[in-house]
Write a protein that binds this ligand. Structure first.
Ligand code: GCU
Length: 377
């Protein structure tokens, strides 16, 4: 985008909408008011204005184990088919460590389960173009298993093909058409719905402990929205999620609402477009999305060269969300200034700025596993 701002000196003074005030202006001073009033208000706002309304209709889910392989050392690889309403299939790839039940990370992948690991036994969708193992660097399966965690992944395209006209081929076709077109759910909300169905499936298998959600970039935005809506997720990690993820929209640093809504109009609801270039009038900002994870553990990670995602805006949103953890009796983010690169900080809210570009690396994963050790074990 030609008019992208990467100059901190040009960032406007940002006044965030208050997190701990109800819509009528009264203060949110205790945990009950947060849980019973403020949290539902914010969930409704994000559904109306950003991600769209997820239908309440429950579709029947049928699980089939396609194959299971015992790996050397006692771990298991299992592949499941989730058949939704008898008409839409999604494949789930699951790695389970030797000691079970075990806590597990669940995350969507971009290009198919077979891209996340070179193992030739991983089923690939027919006619698929992406190469086997091509994104294996983002999924250090053996390290995760060695640390005693499971891993489950599914491809976002199985739920909603990531293209402007993907809706007709998405799982949305199984639902009744929404009454309000402006507030109809987009791809991010559909992917988030799919994460909850994957969780349904995992909970049916006896060998999964608490399920942590993880997502990179657009799938990090999705992980945050899924965790906000579904409190069964025990922990959430946002990796470089940027605009409409962890970054504050009002800063207009890097990707802006106009930029994201123009290039990816299918990700959000139509109402979101009304806020293009009107960020200051938005009744919400992304610190409020992060706060919807509370009191569960939240980790936000940025990368120093990933300016499009506004690393500083991601840190400031995390800091601004933190008082909700304190209100609920936990330590939030333990610092007030953005930490030096390659330094992890964590209370029940964690953050790091990895040196480097837009990616999820083994170093990032090590920090998430350390955080999960501290928070889930
Ligand atoms: C684009 C988009 C971002 C998104 C990213 C990704 O860069 O503008 O909002 O996070 O793709 O998903 O990799």
């Amino acid at each position: 985008m030609n008019d992208t701002n990467y100059d901190e000196a040009l960032v406007p003074d940002v006044e965030l909408p208050p997190l701990l005030r109800l819509a009528d202006g009264s203060p949110v001073a205790d945990a009950d008011t947060w849980r019973e009033q403020r949290r539902p208000q914010l969930l409704a706002l994000f559904a109306q204005q950003v991600y769209g309304q997820t239908p309440v209709q429950n579709l029947p889910l049928h699980l089939e184990t396609l194959e299971e392989t015992a790996l050397p050392g006692g771990a298991l690889r299992r592949q499941l088919r989730l058949l939704i309403d008898g008409a839409h299939s999604v494949h789930l790839l699951l790695w389970i460590p030797r000691q079970r039940p075990a806590p597990l990370f669940l995350g969507l992948n971009f290009n198919g389960n077979h891209t996340t690991h070179p193992d030739p036994g991983i089923l690939a969708p027919s006619g698929d173009r992406a190469a086997r193992g091509s994104s294996a660097g983002r999924w250090p399966v053996e390290d995760i298993l060695a640390r005693g965690y499971g891993l489950a992944t599914l491809c976002c395209d199985d739920l909603y093909p990531d293209r402007v006209d993907g809706r007709a081929d998405s799982v949305q076709r199984l639902f009744e058409a929404p009454g309000d077109e402006g507030g109809a759910w987009g791809a991010v909300a559909t992917w988030a719905w799919g994460l909850s169905r994957a969780l349904d499936a995992l909970l049916q298998t006896g060998d999964c402990g608490p399920v942590a959600l993880i997502g990179h970039s657009r799938l990090g935005k999705t992980a945050l929205w899924a965790a906000a809506r579904d409190e069964r997720f025990a922990l959430v990690v946002s990796n470089n999620s940027g605009c409409a993820g962890a970054a504050l929209s009002r800063r207009r640093f890097g990707e802006t609402l106009a930029a994201i809504n123009t290039r990816f109009p299918h990700w959000f609801c139509r109402n979101f477009r009304a806020w293009n270039e009107r960020e200051d009038e938005l009744p919400l900002d992304q610190h409020m999305l992060l706060a919807l994870a509370a009191p569960r553990p939240l980790y936000v990670a940025s990368a120093s060269e990933d300016l499009w995602a506004d690393p500083r805006g991601e840190f400031l949103a995390t800091l601004a969300a933190s008082p909700v953890w304190q209100l609920l009796g936990h330590e939030g983010l333990p610092v007030r200034e953005q930490p030096a690169p390659d330094t992890a900080v964590a209370g029940r809210v964690g953050y790091h700025l990895r040196r480097g570009g837009h990616d999820i690396t083994v170093w990032d994963w090590e920090r998430y596993l350390d955080f999960a050790d501290a928070q889930l074990r």
